[in-house]
Design a protein around this ligand. Structure first.
Ligand SMILES: [Zn+2]
Length: 441
């Protein structure tokens, strides 16, 4: 029998704390001899009673899933929509009853929903995600993130909307082959850290959360990380943050590095960077013709491109430009160096001239669709033996990185205020932040 480990952590967002508002994220987990159910909900910020919606939805989902533990959901694999429809109708009925008892108007309370259900009886995992929260399925063969982009909804889907099951991303995974190791559930408070809304990519930082289950104090490790994020990086991660991890891994897993975008100057940049840290080129300009959705989102597109360097250069027309470049393209900079370079860019370097749109090489900006036939979910994970010092080291490194970033951003802001071109520099810093600061969810 598998040994499942579970941990969760929920933090009220700094923005909510400032206004004395309650946390609107809620995580609930239940285990019995047949199954384990974990549900995470993020209340919709636009509705005043959404904190209750998050709480009672997550509880109702787990209880109803527990009652269904005698069913083998794999029979519904071809009709997951019907399966979720049935579940959500029961959940909504239970919520209607609960809210009536509490005299809460259902129209004033709604939430997203992410859940995993592990059937010990039948040996499968059923996971679903509705709205902009996420379920990251952690597999040896490669991780996959279920989030709303997979369902092609136009605005954030929620439990109380019309036909919510139509907008959910879902998966049913067999447990017997040992490939599936667990799941990381999170609200959009960690968008940019664990996942990104437009993609099925799982970021490398998720490694920490998943491996934390091997620590003696798993929830302490999660709490430490989230506290560090809020303390050191709070301007970007100011929403409510919640994370729940379910794992049966017996050793520490190593996740693949995050993808980067290649600039025409040859520099590599984080996907969170809007402008090239080396030459200042605008990402939107370099990749303006690419329809990322066609390739499974921006992150998946670049993960594929990074593995095919020749195609990557072709896509941005770099093979043409290279003839004119006299210097060697710079190597991939480390994160902290990027910020130093950006400051240098802002104050000292003019962007390189870009080829005009009408005389660019024929392939520039347009990946031939047939060259990118299938984008695989992710690279396989590799395992390592547990290392007790790992969590302390990762945490310390993360804190140091964020401290340096904050100092550089502060310095850039001060310099920008003093310099004549202050507005431009401030805009660069602002637009390339990890997360849009005015996210009002
Ligand atoms: Zn560049």
């Amino acid at each position: 029998m598998d040994q499942w480990k579970y941990g969760q952590c929920v933090k009220t967002g700094l923005r909510h704390r400032r206004y004395g508002a309650d946390c609107q994220d809620f995580v609930f987990a239940a285990e019995d001899e047949n199954c384990i159910a974990v549900a995470l909900c993020d209340g919709l910020g636009s509705l005043p009673a959404s904190g209750y919606a998050a709480k009672y939805t997550s509880i109702a989902v787990c209880r109803i899933l527990q009652q269904c533990a005698t069913y083998d959901f794999r029979r519904f694999a071809s009709d997951k929509s019907g399966l979720l429809k049935d579940l959500l109708e029961r959940v909504n009925a239970a919520l209607a009853k609960r809210f009536a008892e509490m005299h809460i108007d259902r129209k004033l309370a709604d939430s997203t929903l992410a859940f995993v259900f592990v059937s010990k009886t039948f040996g499968f995992c059923y996971a679903a995600c509705l709205g902009d929260s996420a379920v990251c399925l952690i597999k040896k063969s490669g991780c996959e993130c279920l989030t709303e982009s997979n369902a092609h909804s136009e605005s954030t889907a929620s439990v109380d909307m019309k036909k919510p099951w139509m907008y959910a991303a879902q998966a049913i995974v067999d447990l017997e082959d040992g490939d599936f190791l667990g799941a990381v559930l999170t609200s959009d408070g960690l968008d940019g850290e664990i996942y990104t809304k437009d993609s099925s990519l799982v970021f490398k930082a998720t490694e920490y959360y998943f491996n934390a289950m091997l620590a003696a104090d798993a929830e302490g490790a999660l709490d430490e990380r989230l506290t560090a994020i809020q303390t050191e990086y709070g301007d970007y991660y100011d929403d409510d943050i919640s994370v729940a991890v379910l794992s049966r891994a017996e050793k520490r897993m190593k996740f693949p590095d995050d993808p980067t975008w290649l600039c025409r100057c040859g520099a590599r940049n984080d996907l969170t960077e809007t402008f090239c840290a080396h030459c200042g080129s605008d990402f939107m300009n370099v990749y303006h013709k690419i329809n990322f959705n066609k390739y499974g989102g921006r992150a998946m597109f670049f993960r594929y491109m990074n593995r095919h360097p020749d195609l990557e250069k072709k896509v941005i027309g770099l093979h043409e430009i290279e003839r004119r470049v006299t210097h060697t393209p710079p190597p991939a900079p480390k994160t902290e160096q990027r910020y130093a370079q950006r400051l240098h860019t802002i104050h000292a370097v003019q962007p390189e001239p870009q080829p005009a749109a009408n005389n660019s090489p024929p392939v520039a900006g347009q990946p031939p669709a047939q060259l990118i036939p299938t984008i695989k979910t992710a690279e396989p994970l590799t395992g390592e033996e547990p290392d007790p010092a790992h969590f302390e080291n990762v945490l310390a490194a993360g804190q140091e990185q964020r401290r340096q970033k904050r100092m550089l951003i502060a310095a850039a802001g001060a310099a920008a205020g003093a310099a004549a071109a202050g507005g431009v520099a401030a805009a660069v810093i602002h637009r390339s932040s990890h997360k849009k600061p005015d996210n009002d969810d």
